[in-house]
Design a protein around this ligand. Structure first.
Ligand code: PLP
Length: 384
């Protein structure tokens, strides 16, 4: 068996992170060597400010938001923390109930639990076997005390898309604010904050071929939210700290490119997805796919292989040149069972037999065929 880890690698873990695009790196380089701080009044400062505001404007246009509703952060985790903690803190004297779902990213779930420990009440809505949050269950959970509902737009492990427009309308009828973690969706599918009807929306550049360490939070004008970082007056006095100018410029370019090429990329990735699922399920008939069969991100394919050891498969695939994931990147270093897979009803054993393949624009049919042939070989060798 060829176990040379240095041979050509095939990257199938785009939901964890993506490679920065050369066009993005190119626009970032001058920003790295600009001397000015966007808060300074001199010419250098104003040049930096101009670039920062152009980046904000471009991102706002992609999300159909106003320029001053886009706040730069250090990434999806900070945006999620800020949305949950900022609203809970701002409304805490009058409303102390938060609602979220069982399949959120830990950045949302742990932020909610943090406030639960501080005495707030927390409702974690269950999901059905596809990972859907039911609008009825949200309607029943809402009370006059609910400050915030936080439900993700697209799940990072199984790709299921939630009915955010319907859910946000229900939350608003009850006077609650609505946040969505759109980290896996922005740059991949069209995202319009007005169509979604959300008050807050998180995104992160490294998920759409932008740089790491930069993301953003959309905050609808008039939303009651505390600052997350205290200090200077940056980001309309809401998020202190000297801005990450190269990051902002790179994120804007990455999003522009992703939006411009979205249809073409989606068609390519959908074809690869269909090939992957067809080939795996016909060669290994015990396999099944988790997540919603129709309402999902094309790029995320989560397989279960009953009776197989997913972690062992992952390690063997790595040795054979394939990078994929056993679940969320943040938890893949621990052998903890995926909270998403158990929430959709998989047994612990089934959840531990799972693999997440996440496809990107640079993957090819040849790579998928090569992956499937090695995967099926490994599955069959575990039989013996
Ligand atoms: N939310 C979701 C759905 C994610 O998939 C991730 C990253 O995997 C995050 C939040 C955290 O984003 P970041 O890595 O930019 O902190």
């Amino acid at each position: 068996m060829d176990t040379d880890i240095s041979r050509k690698r095939i990257y199938l873990d785009h939901a964890a992170t993506t490679m920065i695009r050369p066009e993005v790196r190119e626009v970032m380089l001058p920003a790295f060597s600009m001397p000015g701080n966007p808060s300074s009044v001199h010419k250098e400062g104003q040049q930096a400010r101009k670039l920062l505001e152009e980046a904000r404007k471009s991102i706002a246009a992609s999300l159909h938001a106003q320029n001053d509703e886009i706040f730069f952060t250090s990434g999806g985790t900070e945006s999620d923390n800020w949305a949950v903690k900022g609203v809970a803190d701002a409304l805490g004297s009058s409303k102390r109930h938060i609602i979220t779902s069982a399949i959120e990213h830990p950045a949302v779930l742990e932020s909610c639990r943090y406030f639960e420990q501080k005495g707030y009440s927390l409702t974690i809505l269950p999901v059905d076997r596809y990972g859907f949050v039911s609008p009825d269950s949200l309607a029943k959970a809402l009370t006059p005390d609910t400050a915030l509902v936080s439900i993700m737009l697209a799940n990072n492990e199984i790709g299921t898309l939630e009915p955010i427009t319907e859910l946000s309308a229900i939350a608003h009828q009850s006077g609650a604010l609505f946040h969505t973690d759109a980290v896996q969706a922005v740059g991949t599918i069209p995202v319009d904050v007005d169509d979604l009807g959300v008050d807050l929306l998180s995104f992160s550049a490294h998920k759409f071929h932008g740089p790491r360490g930069i993301g953003g939070l959309y905050i609808r004008k008039g939303t009651d939210i505390s600052s997350f970082m205290n200090g200077g007056a940056q980001e309309f006095t809401h998020r202190a700290g000297t801005e990450n100018l190269p990051g902002a410029v790179g994120m804007a370019k990455a999003l522009e490119l992703s939006v411009a090429e979205m249809k073409e990329t989606e068609t390519h990735i959908r074809n690869l997805r269909d090939l992957l699922i067809r080939s795996v399920c016909s060669a290994y008939t015990d396999a099944f796919v988790n997540g919603h069969p129709d309402t999902h991100l094309s790029g995320i394919v989560n397989f279960s292989f009953p009776e197989k050891d997913g972690e062992k498969l992952l390690l063997m695939l790595n040795l054979r040149g394939f990078a994929c994931s056993g679940g969320a990147a943040c938890s893949s270093r621990s052998s903890a069972v995926s909270h998403v897979l158990t929430a959709i009803g998989l047994s612990e054993k089934e959840a531990k037999s799972s693999l997440r393949i996440s496809l990107g624009r640079s993957n090819t049919e040849e790579e998928i065929r090569s992956f499937v042939s090695v995967l099926v070989e490994l599955l069959k060798s575990q039989d013996s």
